[in-house]
Design a protein around this ligand. Structure first.
Ligand SMILES: *[C@@H]1O[C@H](CO)[C@@H](O)[C@H](O)[C@H]1NC(C)=O
Ligand SMILES: *[C@@H]1O[C@H](CO)[C@@H](O)[C@H](O)[C@H]1NC(C)=O
Length: 451
């Protein structure tokens, strides 16, 4: 009798394998495990200021999506400076939207890490579930177990190997990947998905993210490519942008599609074209880490939804919406302020002064970095060396401590590198890669900026 039952169940199992394929069994097993695990999310807007409206709008939109998807507030941890909703420039006080005529996405968003608590140290502590590492904020951390699913989404400015936070220091690629490795070592998740939007965002993982950590990453752009703001200068918001291109593309796709059916891979393919935007004012999305994870349904990370019924969903966005290179949105803001001020007014001259100040600040950073490069590598070779892009699969720099110290040395003589100037981090990385020593860098920066 026993034998018969075992044979029968063996045959049933074999039948399932043969007929339906092993994917089905895998997904049944996974669904079961999923049902006992918890879904966590960490959402990070790395900027502050009105002209950066879009990053906090993206993050708030993501919160609404996850919340509607069934994730619990105690499992969604939000980092945002929180200076947008009640900003004096907001035409709709208390409201944040993520597309023209879009719904309010601000209502109900948990204020876990706001203001100066929206910082890198808290971000690491939250991911690692280490409450004693926190410096303030709500104290919510990813207190996850081995069967849990974690979704991390970050939107902001970045540069090669670096992404910003509203307060110093920024997050370097090496440190972020160390934190992820440590999280994996603590065996406190089953799988993790990380979506990252920033300029040069691929460089945060290129040659850095180990395989086998059960982490799948999508970035908005390659290692050496800008990412783009979108929904720029719509009516009533002429001086800012309401979203970022990769961010609103995945968010709107996740709102629209049935997330129990749509996989990460399908989402990647579906939005890739929109993000590339014909190769003009668009970027190449990238994937890193354990790519097999991209066969998972979105619902594992974002919860499920009642999909909106439309036949073709991909073209359902304003195709004439304005895109602006993330690094230039501040100029859009300042130019708009200048244009809209009445002729001859104090506001006009004030706006002009501010615009000139920012433009000369940019020129100062560009010229200073170039000059340092020329001192170190020669007038002709300098610019060339600073612009070297390493082949795919290689990290930006071998010695990250060298890179960090070179940025510090630069700032000590030449002033803040600024968000705009973060694009020059590759130049500093290449100085380190070429074996330049700290005292050489110090002398070159001093010669360039202290006269
Ligand atoms: C948690 O953070 C504290 C403070 O940074 C640190 O000393 C401690 O080692 C961390 N604990 C773990 C388990 O990583
Ligand atoms: C994209 O490129 C195609 C072919 O080059 C062109 O026909 C189309 O108008 C472009 N679309 C946009 C939005 O620029």
């Amino acid at each position: 009798m026993f034998v018969k039952i075992n044979v029968a169940s063996f045959l049933v199992a074999l039948f399932v394998v043969l007929v339906e394929g092993s994917n089905v069994i895998e997904s049944i097993v996974e669904d079961h495990e999923h049902s006992i695990g918890t879904q966590w999310a960490v959402l990070v807007a790395g900027s502050s200021d009105w002209y950066n409206y879009r990053h906090q709008a993206d993050i708030c939109h993501a919160y609404q999506l996850l919340k509607k998807g069934g994730l619990k507030d105690e499992h969604i941890i939000v980092f945002m400076y929180d200076d947008i909703a009640y900003n004096s420039e907001n035409p709709r006080p208390g409201v944040i939207i993520n597309k023209p005529h879009g719904p309010d996405v601000y209502k109900g968003v948990p204020k876990d890490y706001t203001g100066k608590n929206c910082n890198a140290q808290n971000f690491y502590g939250v991911i690692l579930g280490n409450k004693s590492a926190l410096t303030g904020g709500s104290g919510k951390v990813v207190n996850s177990g081995p069967n849990d699913y974690i979704f991390i989404y970050y939107a902001d400015h970045g540069g090669p190997g670096v992404i910003e936070m509203p307060v110093e220091p920024p997050i370097y690629g090496k440190d972020l990947n160390e934190v992820l490795k440590k999280k994996h070592g603590s065996r406190t998740y089953k799988k993790m998905v990380f979506y990252l939007e920033a300029c040069d965002s691929g460089s945060m993982f290129e040659g850095l993210l180990d395989k086998g950590l059960n982490i799948y990453v999508t970035t908005a752009s390659k290692s050496d490519e800008n990412s783009f703001a979108t929904y720029c200068a719509p009516k009533d918001y002429e001086d800012t942008c309401l979203g970022d291109l990769f961010s609103v593309s995945w968010l709107e796709n996740s709102d629209l599609q049935d997330r129990r059916v749509e996989t990460l891979k399908k989402q990647f393919r579906r939005i890739r074209k929109r993000v590339l935007n014909n190769g003009t004012e668009g970027s190449h999305m990238m994937e890193y880490g354990d790519l097999h994870i991209h066969n998972d349904a979105l619902s594992k990370y974002m919860g499920s939804n009642s999909p909106q019924h439309t036949s073709s969903s991909t073209n359902n966005y304003p195709s004439n919406s304005r895109h602006v290179n993330q690094r230039d949105v501040q100029l859009l803001y300042l130019i708009s302020k200048f244009q809209n001020a009445p002729e001859g007014s104090i506001r006009k001259s004030e706006a002009y002064r501010k615009l000139s100040e920012v433009i000369s600040e940019r020129e100062h950073v560009d010229k200073s970095v170039k000059h340092i490069g020329q001192i170190l590598f020669g007038v002709k070779n300098g610019p060339e060396v600073l612009n070297i892009v390493r082949p795919a699969g290689q990290p930006l720099v071998d010695d990250w401590d060298c890179l960090k110290s070179f940025v510090k040395i630069f700032e000590s003589y030449c002033g803040s590198l600024t968000s705009y100037g973060k694009k020059h981090v590759r130049g500093f990385a290449n100085m380190c890669n070429a074996g330049i020593q700290r005292d050489q860098m110090d002398a070159a920066a001093k010669q360039t900026c202290s006269s």
